[in-house]
Design a protein around this ligand. Sequence first.
Ligand SMILES: Cc1cc2nc3c(=O)[nH]c(=O)nc-3n(C[C@H](O)[C@H](O)[C@H](O)COP(=O)(O)O)c2cc1C
Length: 330
Amino acid sequence: MPTTTERAVLRDALTRALRAPSEHNAQPWRWVLGRDHLDLFVDRTRRLRFTDERGHGVLLGCGCALHHLRVALADRGWHASVRHQPEDLSGRPLARVRIRPATGEPDPWAHRHAAAIDRRHTDRRRFSGRSVPTTVMQSLDDAARPHGGVLHLAFGTHRALVAEAMAEAAERQPRQEGYVEELEHWTHRYAGAHDGIPAHARLDGPPPSYRDLVLRWFPPGTLRQPRGGADRRDASVLAILTAVDDSPVSVLRAGEALSAVLLEATAQGLGSTPITQVLGVSQTRERLRHLVGAHRPPVCVLRLGWPEPLGEPLRPTPRRPLEQVLTEVE
Ligand SMILES: Cc1cc2nc3c(=O)[nH]c(=O)nc-3n(C[C@H](O)[C@H](O)[C@H](O)COP(=O)(O)O)c2cc1C
């Protein structure tokens, strides 16, 4: 049975893990705090049936939440041992977490990543013309690897092919059954909803395209492009995050890798946009898989760049309160 202290530690870490990113901000996680462990479940009612046909998005979102939880625990001096389990129809959890006070060397990532949790936001605006050094990209790959993720940089011809596939997906996906209705649902939530993509996170102008990149179209919101920037050139780079394989455990772990990359990018001052539209369309997904090779399935494309210094600060998107996602079993 977790002691009163452990329960308080877990509740505190879970509160911080609520800030994890998820596709359309659907927050597809559910936690159960039991007698001697914490369980993570997928909330299937929050699956994007038409946008994410294969159900990878929910696993990635849950993986991000799990990584945020671990980081928050480590930051407070607790070690989490996590058992990942393949999901099955008997309602088993995706992961089971037990904690104990950390001993030995402190986790070198924990503090900087924990400090980045509240500063990380998806940024869909133009980034500055300052280029992102390869050494920085290398450090993001280093953050992904302990979780089984690998970050493949897309430069030159590779980038052009990824950009082409993204443009095709942006064209095709809105024609797929149910996609537009799902997008409407998650961008026009009822007053008081604590999920979805609010107007302040959506650009106020036409569909964004930066150099050769076409991003997912969202209904126009109120977010303005930064005014500054002498040449108005977006020097963002693209990277493809891959998983070990397509199994649910691997995709869940890739979600942890995605969180690690996003938090490390934030810690270094980079802005980021996770991009999965290109993986939501079978034709473009296959092209990306072929491009990466190495028998590792791509799970997310990342756009990374330095924010324009004169851009307005991004506001946090909403999250459901802890009581809505946590059940405590005495
Ligand atoms: C698995 C995953 C896929 C996502 N796909 C996209 C995408 O294709 N385009 C996009 O603009 N944002 C995408 N996002 C960003 C989410 O919309 C964003 O995380 C969510 O709205 C919460 O906002 P925040 O990241 O600012 O906290 C994705 C995020 C995750 C975790």
